[in-house]
Design a protein around this ligand. Structure first.
Ligand SMILES: O=C(O)CCC(=O)C(=O)O
Length: 272
């Protein structure tokens, strides 16, 4: 895909309406290859990072550890695409993460919203989920409920047994497997380099990797726009540094670098 396409107003409208959009071939093969190596590496030797509460962060904040990934984030169009779709002047990296479902034996990921796991408030929050393998419904593909971000509701995160996490806020999630919700379900057949961008309130899940032919690897970046502030939600968000955020403050900190800023009304922009 040409980068310009990401700024196409039809795509932006579709993202805002549906809360999820597929962009084919956004990431070139060399970057996909490098990210595959990193995804494999962290399966063998999980990242040494720990959150300030002691929780292990085995597969998040890769960019802090691997300079190849930090460099790729500076050159790939991810931040620009995120800013354009969110309608934000800037795009700040919240964190990055790999998701690997090994061949044949992994569990489905339950329905959830990212927003319910994050201590954030704002409309301009999205994830860019990059396929590192051929991925479809039989090999761990994602499932999205189109338009589910529009209700504005944040549902409490749930564990696999359906019970809400203790001390979390929000409405109890309904049965997203019921026909009422499944009617709006979409999933995609992805090739390496394709990305799916979803809004933080878009309800999503993923299939198990039942095919048994290959591991399902994905590299995900989380992006924050201008309107996002820190908003505690009854639990502490695991972060590798004590960034001392106060309620209502922007996430101005080196842990959350701004990787794209529009510098003028003439369409000039800088990504760094
Ligand atoms: O990759 C998966 O299976 C789940 C990913 C997910 O929930 C996310 O990126 O928000």
């Amino acid at each position: 895909m040409m980068l310009e396409t990401a700024f196409d107003s039809g795509l932006i409208k579709a993202y805002r309406r549906d809360g999820v959009i597929l962009l084919r071939g956004l990431v070139p093969a060399e970057a996909v290859e490098m990210l595959r190596r990193m995804a494999d590496l962290v399966q063998e030797v999980p990242l040494p990072l720990r959150a300030t509460n002691g929780e292990a962060l085995p597969d998040s904040y890769l960019w802090l550890v691997f300079s190849e990934i930090e460099e790729a984030l500076l050159s790939l169009p991810l931040a620009r695409v995120a800013a354009a779709l969110m309608g934000s002047r800037s795009a700040r990296l919240f964190y990055d993460q790999v998701f690997v479902k090994p061949s044949g034996h992994s569990m489905p990921t339950p329905w959830h919203q990212d927003a319910s796991h994050w201590c954030l408030k704002g409309e301009q929050i999205c994830s860019i989920w990059l396929a590192l393998d051929e991925i479809g419904p039989m090999d761990g593909g994602l499932r999205y409920l189109v338009g589910s971000h529009l209700s504005g509701i944040i549902f409490r995160p749930q564990s696999r047994d359906g019970l809400p996490w203790p001390e979390t806020e929000g409405e109890t999630a309904p049965d997203f497997e019921s026909p009422e919700f499944r009617a709006s379900e979409v999933s995609f057949i992805l090739r390496p380099g394709d990305v799916v961008v979803h809004h933080a309130r878009t309800v999503h899940a993923s299939f198990s990797n039942s095919m048994g032919t290959h591991a399902r690897r994905a590299y995900v970046t989380r992006w924050l726009g201008d309107d996002v502030v820190y908003q505690p939600r009854g639990f502490t968000m695991p972060m590798p540094l004590d960034v001392k955020l106060t309620t209502g403050s922007s996430l101005e900190h080196t842990l959350f670098p701004k990787l794209h800023v529009d510098v003028g009304s003439d369409g000039c922009s800088s990504s760094h």
